[in-house]
Design a protein around this ligand. Structure first.
Ligand SMILES: *Cc1c(COP(=O)(O)O)cnc(C)c1O
Length: 400
């Protein structure tokens, strides 16, 4: 129809134009369905609110076709069945705590867990009457002796943040299952591509989609992925009551990143291993904590459980260098930016004072005599020849 046929007034046309859009526009992109109001066809449909078999779409906060496409694709990538989306990876972590734990419950968290997860646990312990007990990432089957009658959840992270230990998740899951304790893993490092949590019997996988799924360093989002219907419903109810949702535009950006994610991961893996191996030969470096290298605690578990590595690893510089010298090394890097959130195309470096992040007296581990300051490196998609030259100039100019 032509634009002038409408018999309505302009204010009505401004809100409700009579459009005639030809069907059949078919492209590879997922349409971005923005929407708070979901329009029901009749009252029966509106009143069936709450009964998923009768009305799937209810409110833009909970789901849109765009978020649903992302949920389904993420579950398929990781081998799960259900996905819940959050405005950040930390939001996803928080949901697991609030969805599953009540006053009087106990949760076990690895000592090398992602820092804000540890802070969240401390907050739960301080203000919500939940006990949060740290366990050593290399505990393995020894976790069994830490499980109490009120233990509801065991968190895992593989490899752990910053110090990169790969836990024996098989042993931890076996001990948890024997006592009916739920297990959750922060699987961000492998992006769900190189480590398959549900094949290991883990109940919940958390992803910071901010990292590899986005790949652009420009979106914040998190996911909780499960296989069990009942567990999903429980977590979903908590998410709904807390009013958490994500923008369809952000979902679109993550969907856009997913197609290239496995190929990007393979490139990060290849480049990071090349840089890590080069670093093992440097006299300034005491240890390279990359799960694919034998110096990394849990290397045997990585070989058993993972089909690849990603771009994030750490180095420990020789103890003869001061904190100030190591800071100067990081600041002398030209291609490595200083910043936290990895997973994009740009390489990053951050120094950490690990002794302040661990229970007193536990870092560095016994036998690591030359262990000084730790620097976490993220290897982006630049040419490794340039990255290695950059590391070389910074090491040689600052660590003498
Ligand atoms: C970045 C990160 C998170 C949190 O993701 P945000 O979206 O930044 O909140 C959680 N876990 C790990 C291991 C991470 O690296």
């Amino acid at each position: 129809m032509s634009a002038s046929d409408s018999s309505r007034y302009i204010k009505t046309i401004a809100v409700q134009p009579e459009l005639d859009i030809a069907p059949g526009f078919d492209s590879f992109s997922t349409p971005t369905y923005r929407g708070s109001t979901v329009v029901f066809r009749n009252l029966a449909e509106l009143r069936a609110y709450g009964d998923r078999s009768k009305t799937y779409w209810r409110y833009g906060l909970h789901a849109t076709p765009t978020s649903e496409a992302l949920c389904q694709q993420l579950a398929q990538i990781e081998g799960g069945r259900h996905t819940l989306l959050f405005p950040s990876g930390l939001g996803a972590i928080s949901l697991v705590y609030f969805g599953l734990l009540r006053t009087g419950d106990d949760v076990l968290v690895p000592e090398n867990v992602y820092g804000p997860n540890r802070d969240h646990g401390d907050w739960m312990a301080r203000e919500f009457g939940i006990t949060v007990r740290p366990y050593h990432p290399s505990v393995g089957a020894g976790i069994a002796s830490m499980i109490q009658p009120n233990t509801r959840l065991i968190w895992m992270e593989s490899p752990g943040s910053v110090t990169m230990e790969v836990p024996d998740t098989e042993a931890i899951v076996a001990a948890a299952k024997a006592r009916g304790v739920l297990t959750a893993i922060d699987n961000t490092w492998s992006a769900g591509v190189y480590y398959r949590p549900f094949e290991k019997g883990i109940d919940i996988s958390v992803q910071a989609l901010t990292k590899y799924q986005s790949g652009g360093s420009d979106v914040l989002m998190g996911a909780v992925i499960t296989r069990d219907d009942h567990l999903h419903d429980r977590l979903k109810r908590t998410r709904m009551l807390m009013g958490w949702g994500v923008s369809a535009d952000d979902c679109y950006l993550v969907l856009r990143g997913l197609a290239s994610m496995p190929v990007r991961l393979a490139a990060h893996d290849r480049a990071a291993r090349e840089v890590a191996e080069w670093l093992t030969k440097r006299p300034e470096v005491a240890r390279v904590l990359h799960p694919a290298l034998p110096d990394c605690p849990g290397h045997a578990e990585w070989l058993r459980d993972f089909s690849g590595a990603s771009g994030l690893f750490s180095i420990i510089l020789h103890s003869r260098y001061t904190r100030e010298q190591v800071d100067a090394f990081v600041e002398a890097l030209k291609l490595f930016a200083i910043g936290w959130s990895w997973g994009g195309a740009h390489s990053l470096a951050v120094p950490y004072h690990v002794d302040t992040m661990r229970p007193a007296g536990t870092w560095p581990p016994a036998g690591w005599e030359n262990a000084g300051e730790l620097v976490r490196l993220y290897i982006g998609l630049e040419d490794t020849r340039d990255l290695i030259a950059d590391l070389k100039q910074a090491l040689e100019s600052q660590l003498r």
